[in-house]
Ligand binder design. Structure first.
Ligand SMILES: Nc1ncnc2c1ncn2[C@@H]1O[C@H](COP(=O)(O)OP(=O)(O)OP(=O)(O)O)[C@@H](O)[C@H]1O
Ligand SMILES: [Mg+2]
Length: 240
């Protein structure tokens, strides 16, 4: 594997999380030309590790590595079983994490095709997902850390993205919060879509209500008060 990790701490973290099978998956993506070099760890989370890498042209990309042993196995099943795209899949821990990775890739692709502002997915293999880097020199801040000049506009932009996601992509995010929205040059980018489900999923309504509640609750603190029911209507109702 080729590295350009400048910080030896970063390199240790990456080496620490890369089991043999993940190393092979990264090799595979390097041999397919999806990943060039790994550059550094952005975030070591409970369920995934986010690594910045270069593609073959030297552009920054994001490599999201899903952890197999640490995955919240029971929780994941709830978001996969009942999605008609994943009928008949094996439900062992390993295969479920691979399906989860495929699911995030497929959700991002579908959202992107519908014109929703999400990172462009470039490829995946087993538990490794490769996507567009959101940011300039620095990574784009999360909504929770961003200084908003006009919170009402940002709120309306998010609702408009959720409407496209629901109406045109047929998906419900299902883990929406100020942590899973990035702010790039004043525009919102929704991400972290492994758990997103089709709107036909039996729990889609429940997940959408929760997403809207999280959103309204966060913006209430920023002085934007909106009725959750009306926001929900705005997302799901067809405009005549
Ligand atoms: N494509 C991207 N471009 C820029 N930053 C990203 C990208 N994907 C992830 N990140 C950064 O990494 C963090 C974690 O990513 P993500 O939410 O996908 O992983 P996670 O394992 O679900 O983490 P968490 O449990 O914190 O939600 C994000 O909050 C963001 O700061
Ligand atoms: Mg997240």
């Amino acid at each position: 594997m080729t590295w350009t990790l400048k910080d030896s701490n970063d390199r240790k973290v990456v080496e620490g999380i890369l089991d043999f099978s993940t190393v092979k998956a990264i090799y595979h993506l390097q041999s397919r030309g999806v990943i060039g070099h790994l550059c550094g760890v952005v975030k070591e989370g409970k369920e995934s590790t986010i690594v910045v890498a270069d593609d073959k042209e030297g552009n920054k990309i994001i490599v999201k590595i899903f952890k197999i042993e640490a995955s919240q196995f029971q929780k994941m099943q709830k978001y996969i079983v009942g999605d008609k795209r994943f009928v008949g899949i094996k439900l062992g821990r390993r295969s479920l994490v691979f399906e989860w990775c495929r699911k995030e890739f497929s959700n991002l692709k579908r959202a992107r095709k519908a014109g929703v502002n999400v990172p462009e997915p470039f490829g995946f293999y087993r538990n490794v997902l490769v996507m567009e880097y959101i940011g300039d020199g620095e990574l784009a801040p999360k909504l929770k850390d961003a200084q908003l000049d006009d919170p009402l506009k940002v709120f309306c932009d998010i609702v408009s993205e959720l409407r496209k996601l629901y109406q045109d992509a047929g998906l419900v995010h299902a883990d929406l919060s100020e942590f899973n929205i990035l702010m790039r040059d004043g525009a919102v980018v929704i991400h972290d879509m492994g758990q997103s489900v089709e709107k036909s999923h039996q729990l889609a309504g429940e997940f959408l209500v929760r997403d809207v509640r999280n959103l309204c609750r966060y913006f209430e603190k920023l002085g934007v008060s909106r009725d959750e029911g009306k926001v929900l209507d705005e997302i799901i109702k067809k405009i005549a």
